[in-house]
Design a protein around this ligand. Structure first.
Ligand code: ZN
Length: 294
């Protein structure tokens, strides 16, 4: 069944947690290209996907967050966009089988239209390459994540809508400004996100990263204040990062994060997952809370 039909039936769906930290735990060194691991360490990447599915994820992401041509070119891999993204989706599809969903992950390119780093056509063409390869590898969803600029996010959503049959999710990263309102780094509010991303063709909107679970309740409220029906996804960090001995540490335990799930549900969320610092253990505890609340 299509994910949008499941949501229409009132199902609350679970996505996955962080991948980067799990790749590091498998031995990936700083400075390595994570997406290259889809070829060189296929078994390890498959193991990460499986660990989330075993924890109860209905939707599993792909190891392709940095799979845009501009990010891959930093490693001299600009000629391998199709290969690395297709492999990413194929690995997650192998783990998910046919009954669960594969969400092909698309992250920011690091290029800004505003600064003249890149043209609209270049950005659009780059996103097209990536999303077509993700669908070919087996993704039934494209998730465009950690976005902060409307123009870049719109081009990514349009690329996915115009070139694939996938359900399209877009999530932006918000922080509170001095007045307590949520804005992205580029000044976009949750309300502006909903209006412009619906206009670009997104099926599902929401937020990932930047905040822990508690703050995300406010983000959902802001979205629901202007749109009662669009499906909403939240993928929170395991709290605010702390820097200890040169390392970034996220301290929120699965239980702490899960304690906010009932309030998130009340606010009107449809899909819950995790971002930085979350693990299969977090997803397992979310899953338990969800099954207890229905
Ligand atoms: Zn994150």
């Amino acid at each position: 069944m299509n994910i949008l039909d499941k949501i229409k039936l009132g199902k609350i769906l679970l996505s996955d947690g962080a991948w980067g930290t799990l790749l590091q735990a498998q031995g990936m060194n700083p400075g390595e290209c994570p997406e290259l691991w889809n070829i060189t360490h296929r078994k390890e990447v498959l193991g990460i996907a499986k660990s989330y599915l075993l924890s109860g994820s209905d939707i599993i992401g792909t190891n392709s967050f940095g799979g845009s041509i501009s990010k891959l070119s930093q490693y001299g891999l600009e000629g391998r966009v199709r290969e690395l993204n297709e492999a990413a989706a194929a690995i997650s599809r192998e783990a998910a089988g046919n009954n669960r969903h594969v969400a092909g992950s698309v992250g920011p390119t690091g290029k800004m239209l505003l600064m003249g780093d890149v043209t609209e056509n270049e950005l659009y063409d780059g996103f097209c390459q990536q999303v077509i390869a993700l669908e070919k590898g087996g993704a039934d969803i494209i998730i465009i994540e950690t976005m902060s600029a409307i123009d870049e996010a719109s081009l990514a959503v349009r690329a996915a809508r115009e070139n694939t049959r996938c359900t399209v999710i877009i999530t932006m990263t918000f922080e509170r400004n001095g007045k307590g309102d949520f804005h992205t780094m580029m000044g976009v509010s949750p309300e502006e996100m909903v209006i412009s991303m619906k206009d670009a063709g997104a099926h599902i909107v929401g937020s990932n990263c930047g905040n822990g679970m508690e703050e995300m309740i406010g983000v959902v409220n802001a979205i629901r204040a202007i749109d009662k029906t669009i499906p909403v996804i939240i993928q929170a960090n395991a709290g605010i990062p702390e820097y200890i001995d040169g390392k970034t540490v996220f301290r929120e335990s699965p239980e702490m994060m899960a304690s906010f799930v009932p309030e998130l549900l009340k606010a009107g969320v449809n899909i819950i997952g995790g971002c930085c610092g979350t693990t299969p253990e977090h997803i397992k505890v979310f899953s338990k809370v969800l099954s207890d609340s229905f």
